[in-house]
Ligand binder design. Structure first.
Ligand code: ADP
Ligand code: TPW
Length: 581
């Protein structure tokens, strides 16, 4: 090589072949950690990053709104224990994705929101850049961790840090800020290669202390009416065999929280789901496995939990600060669920006394009674359909396909589906979760279909569907096997509320266009639409759609007077006390 060439600027053809840049290093860092899919929406400054991801063999699933890309990433993280990646543009794109990041953190799902950002110098002096925002500061409030990478040589370590933060300990959402300038920074190829970090043991096992295990077993041995409560942390942990062994060896009745349904099949003899209120009130020792005593469990106190003096909790969780968050915990067991449950199993030994026949008998009796009552309700065939008759049809079809992912949101559509449609496999029920959020429907459906390769059925209230409806185009574009069933009752909760203003200038606050044909929406993108007004039509449409494995939407017309305001949460609505001020 001539001296002249050696001194040439880095932009010469030969030398640039030895250089890499921020774009390549981000993709290299993700790929080095077995991340193969990005959910996102392109624009300045990350369009080329998405292009490169595709060129380098990753999957880029492009959405119509970042919230849904973020939700897809979050649910992918929940299902696989690998952080789901969402890629967005700066300020508005970032903010659209942020709700999904916050929701992921709230639900303990591992995801990384990667957003491009504008010029730091301009942002910090608030000089008005294109899509200007101090994204890192904003993200900190909503994320488990938030980082910015400023130099190309730090991309490897920055991505590694984000991955570890997302999946270790209590999983959550991590924000990673990539300034536009970083992406075009160059680095010597060899140096770049060296800077990539493959994370070793990203979510290390955490073995519980032996004295904590002994304490828990002592509490359990003293129980007369024990109960196990399985939460979505238990489902996430993928300790399916250990959990099943613990439940079965102990003989203790159990209740699954919504997303833990199917961790053990819902028709398991020890499931106490059909008499939930009875067991929560009557149990004297409750073993919480990956479930928080938040609003979904009435904070562990009050009428739901019966006489407080008689109640003791054993709590298995990876997050020590979760313990005593709402009520005193008699025996905390801190560690990962697989290790904790294995330690309990080992400590139980051969002579563990199963619960008394008095307790299990009382449960069985109530279960039988409630199941029979529910069966009678489900068999009715009112016209128009109601939640029960429609869900009977859906339940019977889904029973034949336990591998199907079930996405579910709405108020009544959520509550009734949870109690009527049994799950038989772990991590198949994906729903509104800890926040009771609307808008996860199509994002979760796309994420679940992409990472599992298996069909998805999304059961959606008509209001709930509206939050993510435009993603039907995404579903059709990628030809995903997603069947969306809309429980169409013309409004939020119900469709028949009156406007209380005697002059009725507008339609009621909860009401939508009557008789909307959501099935026509999917036809606009080449999907198959069905209009079902009877359980038989619904059953036929669902069977056909699942068998086809193509995008489909079933507009299931139900009685607009069916259901209740806020579903099972009516009690959380503040009451108007004054009639007039
Ligand atoms: P649910 O809504 O089903 O009741 P939550 O989301 O409230 O469940 O609770 C999940 C809990 O599981 C969280 O407190 C979280 O820290 C815990 N968790 C998540 N993953 C693990 C794990 N691998 N090992 C132990 N605990 C875990
Ligand atoms: C992001 C408040 C809770 S449930 C619901 C809303 C708007 C919709 C209920 O009607 P739907 O279901 O879906 O038709 P059904 O079966 O009862 O008729 N914004 C967000 N999250 C929530 N939870 C709301 C609003 C809400």
């Amino acid at each position: 090589m001539s001296a002249r060439l050696e001194e040439a600027p880095v932009t010469s053809a030969e030398d640039s072949a030895k250089m890499t840049d921020g774009f390549h290093l981000v993709i290299d860092a993700l790929k080095a950690n077995d991340i193969d899919t990005i959910f996102g929406l392109v624009g300045i400054p990350i369009t080329d990053l998405a292009r490169l991801a595709q060129a380098e063999g990753m999957r880029f699933i492009g959405f119509r709104h970042e919230q849904h890309a973020g939700n897809a990433a979050a649910i992918a993280g929940y299902m696989t224990q690998k952080p789901g990646i969402c890629l967005t543009v700066s300020a508005p794109g970032f903010l659209n994705g942020l709700i999904a990041l916050a929701n992921a953190t709230t639900n303990c799902f591992p995801m990384i929101l990667i957003s491009g950002s504008s010029e730091r110098e301009i942002i910090d002096l608030q000089q008005g850049d294109y899509e200007e925002m101090d994204q890192l500061s904003v993200a900190k409030t909503f994320a488990k961790a938030a980082y910015r990478i400023n130099h190309a040589e730090d991309i490897g370590i920055g991505v590694a840090r984000a991955i570890r933060a997302a999946v270790s300990g209590r999983p959550g959402g991590v924000y990673l800020d990539l300034p536009a300038k970083l992406l075009s920074q160059t680095l010597d190829v060899a140096q770049g290669k060296q800077s990539i970090v493959r994370v070793v043991d990203a979510a290390p096992r955490q073995i519980p202390a032996p004295d904590a295990v002994k304490r828990a077993l002592d509490v359990l041995k003293g129980a007369k009416r024990p109960l196990i409560l399985l939460g979505k942390g238990a489902a996430y942990s993928q300790a399916d065999a250990e959990i099943r062994a613990f439940v079965e060896k102990s003989g203790i009745p159990y209740l699954p929280m919504s997303m833990a349904k199917g961790l053990l099949p819902d028709n398991h003899a020890q499931s106490a789901s059909a008499c939930r209120s009875f067991v929560l009130a009557e149990a004297d020792v409750v073993v919480l496995i990956g479930a928080r005593l938040n609003w979904l469990l009435s904070h562990g106190k009050g009428k739901t939990w019966g006489a407080p003096a008689a109640k003791q909790f054993v709590q298995i969780d990876i997050a020590p600060t979760e313990i005593d968050s709402n009520v005193a915990i008699a025996a905390p067991v801190i560690g990962d669920i697989g290790s904790c449950v294995s330690a309990l199993l080992a400590g139980m030994g051969a002579g563990f006394n199963k619960p008394s026949a008095e307790w299990t008998g009382a449960i069985a009796e109530r279960k039988d009674k409630n199941v029979a009552k529910m069966a009678a309700t489900l068999e009715k065939n009112p016209s128009p359909m109601n939640y029960h008759s429609a869900l009977r049809a859906i339940r019977d079809v889904l029973k034949t396909r336990p591998d199907i992912n079930l996405v579910n949101e709405g108020a009544n559509a959520l509550d009734f589906t949870r109690s009527i449609v049994d799950m038989y496999q772990p991590r198949k029920r994906l729903d509104s979760g800890t926040w009771g959020i609307m808008g996860i429907g199509m994002g979760y459906s796309i994420g679940a279909a992409v990472v599992s390769g298996l069909p998805v059925v999304a059961i959606e209230g008509d209001s709930a569907f509206g939050f993510s409806g435009m993603e039907l185009e995404t579903i059709c574009r990628y030809q995903l096997p997603v069947t969306t069933v809309i429980f169409n009752n013309n409004g939020v909760y119900k469709g028949c509320d009156p406007n209380l203003n005697p002059n009725k200038p507008d339609i009621a606050v909860t009401a939508f266009v009557k008789g909307a044909r959501y099935d026509k929406m999917i036809e606009a993108f080449g999907g198959v639409g069905y209009h079902a007004t009877t359980p038989a039509e619904l059953s036929k449409a669902l069977t056909e759609a699942i068998a086809a494995g193509k995008p489909a939407l079933i507009n299931a017309v139900i009685d607009e007077d069916a259901g209740a305001e806020s579903g099972r949460l009516t009690n959380l609505n503040p009451k108007r006390t004054a009639t007039k001020t």
